[in-house]
Design a protein around this ligand. Structure first.
Ligand code: GDP
Ligand code: MG
Length: 162
C-alpha cells in the first residue's frame, strides 16, 4: 500500500506549492484509489525511491479559500483519508487563529502529523519557527517549498514511519 500524506493549513501558507514540488504535477486518478473523493486534489509523489500519494486541500473549486468552516471540513476529511499529515504554517506571518483551529483537530486525531513552517527562505529559520512552539504540537520543521529547501528531509521523516 502507498502511504497517503495530507497537506493541511490555512489558505496561502504554501500547500499547493509544496504539493506541486512533491508531485511535479503528476495528478492521481481518483478512480484508481477507492474511497477518495474529487473534492480534494490528489497527486502521486516519488522521492528517495519511495512512492506516496499527496492530498492538497483548500482552493480546489476556487471559492472556498478563506471560508473557515469549509477549510476546517476539508482538513478533517483529508486527515481522515491520510496515513500521515503535514500541517503547514507560514513562517513569515507568524501564528494565526486559523492555525490554532487546525492544531486542535490534529490533537484529536491519532494520525501521525508533522508541523512544518514554510517560507523560511531569506529569514532566520530559528526565528521563523519560534512562534509555533506555542501550538504545543511536534517540533516545528522549517522549509521553503517554493525553493524546494527542506522538502526531501521532510518527506524522509514522514515516510520513515511506514
Ligand atoms: P496555499 O493557499 O496554502 O495552497 O498556498 P500557495 O501554495 O498557493 O502559496 C501562497 C503564496 O505563497 C504564493 O504566492 C506562493 O508563491 C508563496 N509561497 C509558497 N511557498 C513559499 C516559500 O517557500 N517561500 C516564499 N517566499 N513564498 C512561498
Ligand atoms: Mg492551494
Amino acid at each position: 500500500m502507498v502511504p497517503v500524506i495530507a497537506l493541511v493549513g490555512r489558505p496561502n501558507v504554501g500547500k499547493s506549492t509544496l504539493f506541486n514540488q512533491l508531485t511535479r504535477s503528476r495528478d492521481a486518478l481518483v478512480a484508481d484509489y477507492p474511497g477518495l473523493t474529487r473534492d480534494r486534489k490528489y497527486g502521486q509523489g516519488k522521492m528517495l525511491g519511495r512512492d506516496f500519494m499527496v492530498i492538497d486541500t483548500g482552493g480546489i473549486s476556487g471559492d472556498e479559500e478563506g471560508i473557515d468552516h469549509v477549510m476546517a471540513e476539508q482538513s478533517l476529511l483529508a486527515i481522515d483519508e491520510a496515513d500521515a499529515v503535514i500541517f503547514l504554517v507560514d513562517g513569515r506571518s507568524g501564528l494565526n487563529p486559523a492555525d490554532e483551529m487546525i492544531a486542535n483537530h490534529l490533537r484529536l486525531t491519532d494520525k501521525p502529523y508533522h508541523l512544518v513552517v514554510n517560507k523560511t527562505d531569506g529569514v532566520n529559520p530559528d526565528v521563523a519557527i519560534a512562534d509555533f512552539f506555542e501550538l504545543g504540537l511536534s517540533q516545528p520543521l522549517p522549509i521553503a517549498a517554493s525553493h524546494g529547501r527542506g522538502v526531501k528531509s521532510l518527506i524522509e521523516l514522514v515516510l520513515d514511519a511506514f
